[in-house]
Write a protein that binds this ligand. Structure first.
Ligand code: SF4
Length: 265
């Protein structure tokens, strides 16, 4: 696996000042039932807020789908707090988006970080580029930087809201709007049926803030070492853990049964 090649591609695209067509213009394409999709998504969010009052959270990845959901939550005055993970390995553009999100909607955004001692120990033992050496080490890094803080984020919550869509990958084609995990926690995915075109149509039409990396051909954005731009025609998740086989391209935040795995109550 040529990691250097991955970083070169990343630097070329992110560092370039060449003008690009914004993602809103590239992707916005409403389906015939766009208005119904919006209504259904709001209905799912209302249900989450009503049935789990005070015990539901939007676990935002800060990707475009989650930015859309935050817009719907804010626009409809729903009592669903927004939380996200700062793994310590995010792009500067993603960190800046957290502040933009706070300012744009005048809301609090909870930021959950991994335990520093666990990160230091993992890096000391396995190195900074451990994720490229094996799937097991990559998953171990995700466990330390993502799953453990997610477990704390969800502690005491009976439900969470995610931006998962079926179209994102083969691993996600079974996502439903409402799923209950083995732990009894309900996961709401109001955009399960949305297409990428519908997502960007909403974002363009409502002035939703989004990560500028989306304009630079990053459809899915995670930690910097594990995310790159994709080429035309590539899968929406192709830029994540691109050195691994397709079947492994999940970090464990979302299991097949639709619940958070790893540390959880
Ligand atoms: S996405 Fe990469 S850097 Fe981020 S937690 Fe997983 S392996 Fe570590």
């Amino acid at each position: 696996m040529n990691t250097a090649g991955g970083f070169e591609a990343l630097d070329t695209v992110v560092g370039s000042d060449a003008p690009v067509l914004p993602a809103t213009q590239r992707h916005a394409r409403p389906g015939a039932h766009h208005a119904e999709l919006v209504e259904q998504a709001v209905a799912v969010l209302r249900q989450a807020a009503a049935e789990h009052a005070g015990a539901v959270v939007q676990a935002s990845s800060l990707g475009v789908e989650d930015m859309l959901l935050t817009d719907l939550i804010h626009r409809h005055g729903l009592d669903i707090p927004v939380a996200t993970l700062d793994t310590g390995a995010l792009h500067p553009q993603t960190l800046e988006l957290i502040d933009r999100l706070r300012r744009h909607y005048a809301i609090e955004v909870q930021v959950w970080q991994p335990r520093q001692e666990a990160v230091v120990e993992f890096v000391a033992r396995n190195g900074r580029e451990a994720m490229y050496r094996s799937v097991d080490l990559r998953k171990a890094c995700c466990a330390v930087r993502k799953l453990e803080p997610l477990g704390r984020m969800l502690e005491g919550r009976s439900a969470w809201v995610t931006g998962l869509r079926r179209e994102q990958s083969a691993q996600r084609d079974g996502v439903r709007e409402r799923e209950t995990g083995d732990d009894g926690r309900v996961k709401f995915s109001p955009l399960a049926q949305w297409s990428l075109g519908d997502v960007w149509h909403y974002v363009a039409g409502h002035g939703v803030p989004y990560n500028p990396l989306h304009d630079r051909f990053y459809p899915s954005i995670g930690c910097a070492p594990c995310t790159r731009a994709v080429a035309v025609g590539e899968d929406q998740r192709a830029g994540r853990w691109w050195w691994e086989l397709d079947g492994a391209k999940e970090c464990g935040l979302h299991s097949e049964q639709g619940h958070a795995v790893g540390a959880r109550p």
